[in-house]
Design a protein around this ligand. Sequence first.
Ligand SMILES: Nc1ncnc2c1ncn2[C@@H]1O[C@H](COP(=O)(O)OP(=O)(O)OP(=O)(O)O)[C@@H](O)[C@H]1O
Ligand SMILES: [Mg+2]
Length: 506
Amino acid sequence: MSKLRALMIEDSLDDARLLRLELERAGYELVSERVETGSDVEEALRDRDWDIVFSDWTMPGFSAPDALEIVKQRGLDLPFIIISGSIGEDVVIDALRSGAHDFFVKGRLTLLPPAVERELREAALRRERRHMQEQLMIGDRMASVGLLAAGVAHEINNPLAVVIGNIELSLRLLEDKTADDPCSRDVSAQLRDAHEAAERIRNVANDLILFARADSEEHTGVDVRPVIESSLRMAHNEIRHRARLRTSFAVVPPVEANESRLGQVFLNLIVNAAHSIPEGRADVNEISVATMLAPNGHVVVQVRDTGSGMSADVMKHLFSPFFTTKPLGLGTGLGLSICHRIVTSFGGTITVESDLGRGSVFEVHLLPAERVADPVAPAAALRASDRRGSVLVVDDEPAIGLLVTGVLGKDHDVTSTTTALEALEWITQGARYDVILCDLMMPHLTGMDFYSELTRIAPEQAQRVIFLTGGAFTPQARQFLDEVDNMRIDKPFKIQALSAIVNDRV
Ligand SMILES: Nc1ncnc2c1ncn2[C@@H]1O[C@H](COP(=O)(O)OP(=O)(O)OP(=O)(O)O)[C@@H](O)[C@H]1O
Ligand SMILES: [Mg+2]
């Protein structure tokens, strides 16, 4: 016997009973409720789940079209079947036009069960189709955000490498002069300010790259704190006019997660918290983000706001794709459904509590990691090089070549070119280098093409290639980097680190 949750909109107790009998006779195990006013319909649809709605055509003060309107407004796609006393054909047509799925006359219900069967089947198909469409759209949004972020990060990191490198170089030139020259001291101080600001830009670009890394879905031990801090930096603009920010970080173990996905979760929660607070009263509102260790060893990240809070009704649909209370064009309603998907994929959970008019608390519970990510290699100590080496720079951005010449030129012979083709020509003619610094993404011949050609004509030189990267890659470039043994330096780089790496190799 299949279960059927049926909402019956009917003012006559007898007619409702007859309908129930008919359905039970057809083998349904019925869970039904009879209502007859608009507010009862609203309440029943809001608080309970239904498979189907049966409605009388007219009742005192209420009608089937009114009921249908309520169902539609709630965004529900439920089979809606009208069961009425005998009425005219034109009314039947009106009813079907307004979106009812079928129409039966009271007392002639023999064909009702097969119609119910058919409508349930079709509604299930529609649900399935919608679900697939939602999944596709979510995937699309993720992919396009990732691509966009990767592109922007790449465009920022190249010029930023030149900015940071030249500032560091200028500071180095001024080093000996500042002691007795006030003007040099001032210039140094200003350069240090500029350096700090450029570092901040570097952070923003790296935050974008976190998003771009969506293709590597590997789970490792992730330290939640830097991920939260990076999300807070990205949301800074949304927060500052609305609330004070409070953070409290307990010491917690690394969690089972993917860093970039986790960043996405925190960013969504923080932006939602900010959007729940109107702009302008930042002094009386607060967003607080805290980490804590639950008694069961799980790591909890809590995002709390003093914003609008949510009604029970909103809470019910919160994690459904496309559910939003924001005006058209302002929210996609995908944020929380994506968060939910990501967190559950890590084996975690996401919970919410809210007090209408006072604020909300979202909690992400994450499992402590079983394995911890490889620790980052400690920065190489600066070691003066013993001999003058020869260095080749291949980068389509001429300023990078100039910068590297500025950094290394004192200790080594540096040659640079903006095309990999020219570099190949030199090497074919017999030129040899101790270190070849090569950009990965270049128009025409890429770093990957250059490398494979080099493996053919001068394999010993191929081993000397170090890739300079803008930090974001096409999937193909990522695979390439995973496969080759060659070292990689991300732009923007510290000139000291660059010197250390090159000195080590000549
Ligand atoms: N902290 C919060 N306080 C109050 N309401 C919230 C909060 N977080 C989410 N909501 C409610 O949940 C709805 C769905 O959130 P979700 O993040 O999924 O989509 P959105 O924010 O509307 O759109 P998008 O994330 O695409 O900008 C929001 O429209 C809002 O009504
Ligand atoms: Mg959102």
